[in-house]
Design a protein around this ligand. Structure first.
Ligand SMILES: C[S@@+](CC[C@H](N)C(=O)[O-])C[C@H]1O[C@@H](n2cnc3c(N)ncnc32)[C@H](O)[C@@H]1O
Length: 306
């Protein structure tokens, strides 16, 4: 099931959305219109509409169609608080508690990286290479965006997602319950806690290993700018050159891959040369880098020789 169908999920830190109760509560005739709240918020119009829709328990399309009508008091108060938090810099996805990834709404919290559109490339590349019945591990699953999407896209795949953060894993389990309940119940989708390869039984092997690990250099100024400031540093930073996690994953991958199996890694736009060298050094063949929608090198993959 996609959470597109459901009312926006309340986030622990957000004011309770007014939801259908707000719709049932008549607004004062002299209350400002919804569109006025949007325009007066000081936020980009799209962001303000997303937050007002969340605060009202309505879809954005409904809000646009009913923009001239007076806003309900509860929705207006909830929106005012959300708009202030956004002006203070909190990411929209943490305020609404959701982010769309490959057409499904994933719950997110400040315990997880907000899934990025670039990562959809990694999932598509994995789906193209996964043979029927493939066993796949997603290392550093975060919200579960990659692991849950793979399990949802193909019901022949057996997917394991792991993460060192228990709080992140809780979010991933919530998303799996909501979006891939059957796969979770039948253990076709599993989620485990632990440090990279240590999380997995020593004898377990895979046809594909996929990961979007932390890859930002620890001192990078971007870590203290914009939305990224609010994301967990464990999900972002990886040693002085940003390659610490990628090195660890590549080093252990051959022993966990079946002959002919694929390793697919997301990385920074300027790390493709380094990641290809890591894969070559570990004996991988058919090494290639795929560009993201902006044309930047984003996913590097390689094959364990047969
Ligand atoms: C960049 S985020 C990716 C999250 C998710 N896969 C996505 O693409 O949206 C990296 C994830 O790796 C996890 N992580 C960091 N260090 C780890 C470690 N030593 N072992 C396992 N997971 C780790 C973080 O908790 C985080 O969830």
């Amino acid at each position: 099931m996609s959470r597109h169908d459901a009312a926006p999920a309340p986030h622990a830190g957000a004011p309770a959305p007014a939801g259908s109760a707000a719709a049932a509560t008549p607004a004062a005739a002299d209350a400002p219109s919804r569109e006025h709240l949007v325009l007066a918020s000081g936020l980009p119009r799209l962001e303000a509409r997303v937050l007002l829709a969340h605060a009202s328990g309505r879809r954005r399309e409904w809000l646009i169609a009913h923009g001239d009508e007076p806003a309900e008091a509860r929705a207006a108060a909830a929106f005012a608080e959300l708009a202030q938090r956004r002006r203070d810099g909190e990411p929209i996805a943490y305020l609404t508690g959701t982010r769309e990834f490959l057409g499904r709404d994933f719950e997110v919290s400040p315990a997880v990286l907000i899934p990025r559109p670039e990562t959809e490339l990694l999932v598509r590349a994995a789906l193209e290479r996964a043979p029927h019945g493939a066993r796949i591990v997603d290392l550093g699953t975060g919200s579960g965006a990659i692991a849950v999407s793979l399990a949802c896209e193909r019901d022949d795949l057996r997917v394991l997602g792991t993460d060192a953060s228990l709080q992140a894993l809780e979010v991933a389990i919530g998303n799996a319950r909501c979006l891939a309940a059957q796969a979770l119940a039948s253990s076709r989708l599993r989620l485990l806690a632990g440090n990279w390869w240590e999380a997995i039984d020593p004898g377990e092997t895979f046809d594909l290993v996929v990961s979007n690990p932390p890859y930002v250099p620890a001192g990078d100024p971007h870590l203290s700018q914009g939305d990224v400031r609010f994301e967990p540093s464990q999900a972002l930073a990886a040693g002085p050159d940003g390659l610490a996690a990628l090195r660890e994953i590549v080093a252990g991958a051959s022993a966990r891959l079946q002959p002919g199996g694929w390793l697919l890694l997301e990385h920074g736009y300027d790390q493709d040369v380094a990641v290809r060298a890591l894969l070559a050094g570990a004996g991988f063949t058919a090494i290639a880098t795929l560009p993201d929608a902006a044309g930047l090198p984003r996913v590097t993959l390689g094959r364990r020789p047969e």
